[in-house]
Write a protein that binds this ligand. Structure first.
Ligand code: UD1
Length: 354
């Protein structure tokens, strides 16, 4: 059986890592990279550090408006699917690369499996929400990370095509966390373990309006500890466009980090402040308190179990929320047992092996 994985953006490389390992020796794996993310720091370092085989194809699509970017991917992926003739196309998460790959494949009558299916924010301003809904409804097999995601799929009439496999990012996190046990904390110069926050901000709703970004930067700058702000390219370009200096107060801006570095830094931090989906969940798995700068989250378990608090409209709540007492310990495992990738591959073989 031949599986074609299509990835393009940073979080998808993390998800691809355990899948590539789980496929090895069980099926043929072809990897296509759309080139949505293309930097050394946004792409190459993930393939290297996580031991992911080099992509067989790279479309080099790069950045652009959503329509142009998605269209370029569709054109390129159609050719790749025809050329590689896979038994199924595996798409990951909720980016423009996910939707383009799902559309290209279904039009060619090639079965599509969607990994991380069923997540919903119910916020229709997010491009990712449209990507998720459209991908789920076109895919043939929906691989869900959580019971909550399964219930959304059932609610939309998709139960028959859905399988609960668990969360593959948890597979990666558990492995990395175990490899870091006993490893020294290496906080950047002048910082002490437990005495800094880690922050990432990249969503258009937080970066694209000058007023919003100014207010958010002011709140981060006045927090009680240094804030390592790992700046996504979108944040940098928007800050520059709006004339906002990120070197302000307690903020320490830095380039995006490789995965292992990020996890090592995060696990020794006093808290995480983010609008990233993946990092909210990683914070929970590391049992580091998280504050999410969004009105809602797809990873509701992190909030329900007390480890994540949402702050959006009223940013003046940020400082008090970040400094809240440490949440109650929990042994809950809503994201699975760290073997989601193996379950995913078994399910793909059951459904699509010729
Ligand atoms: C995309 C995904 C988002 C995901 C995020 C993770 C969509 C709609 N959004 O958002 O769901 O959470 O990736 O990072 O697919 N850039 C670089 N170098 C790169 C990549 C991007 O400089 O390697 C710059 C681009 O020029 C662009 C900006 O970053 O201005 C945004 O890139 P884009 O891929 O369009 O969207 P993201 O905001 O990264």
């Amino acid at each position: 059986m031949r599986i074609l994985s299509v990835v393009g953006a940073r979080p998808q490389f993390v998800k691809l890592a355990p899948i590539a390992t789980a496929i090895a020796g069980r099926a043929e794996h072809v990897i296509a990279h759309t080139g949505q993310h293309y930097d050394e720091l946004m792409s190459d370092v993930f393939f290297r550090d996580l031991g992911i085989p080099a992509p067989d194809f790279n479309l080099g699509v790069g950045s652009g408006k959503h329509g142009a970017q998605t269209a370029a991917m569709l054109t390129g992926l159609e050719e790749i699917i025809e050329k590689s003739a896979p038994d199924c196309v595996l798409v990951y998460g909720d980016t423009n690369s996910t939707l383009a790959a799902a559309l290209a494949a279904v039009k060619l009558h090639v079965p599509v499996a969607h990994l991380e299916a069923g997540l919903r924010s119910f916020n229709r301003r997010m491009p990712e929400e449209h990507n998720r809904v459209l991908t789920d409804h076109s895919a043939d097999l929906l691989l869900a990370p959580t019971a909550e995601a399964m219930s959304h799929l059932a609610h939309e009439g998709l139960a028959k095509r859905s399988v609960l496999v668990g969360d593959v990012m948890t597979d990666v996190l558990f492995k990395v966390r175990d490899s870091l046990v006993g490893a020294a904390a290496i906080p950047p110069d002048g910082l002490n373990a437990g005495d800094y926050y880690v922050s990432t901000i990249h969503r258009p709703d937080n970066t694209d309006s000058a007023d919003r970004l100014t207010a958010l930067v002011a709140e981060l700058a006045s927090l009680d500890k240094p804030v390592l702000l790992l700046a996504h390219p979108r944040l940098l370009s928007m800050a520059q466009q709006h004339g906002i200096d990120l070197h302000k107060g307690n903020i320490r801006p830095s380039a995006p980090l490789a995965y292992l570095q990020l996890i090592n830094l995060a696990r020794h931090s006093a808290g995480i402040i983010t609008d990233s989906g993946g990092l909210q969940k990683e914070a929970f798995l590391l049992r580091v308190p998280c504050t999410t700068v969004r009105p809602e989250t797809e990873w509701v378990e992190t909030v329900n179990l007390g480890w994540n608090v949402l702050v959006s409209e009223d940013l003046s709540r940020l400082a008090a929320t970040v400094r809240r007492p440490t949440p109650e310990p929990t042994a809950a495992t809503p994201y699975g047992d760290g073997h989601a990738a193996e379950r995913t591959v078994t399910t793909l073989l059951e459904h699509f092996a010729p």
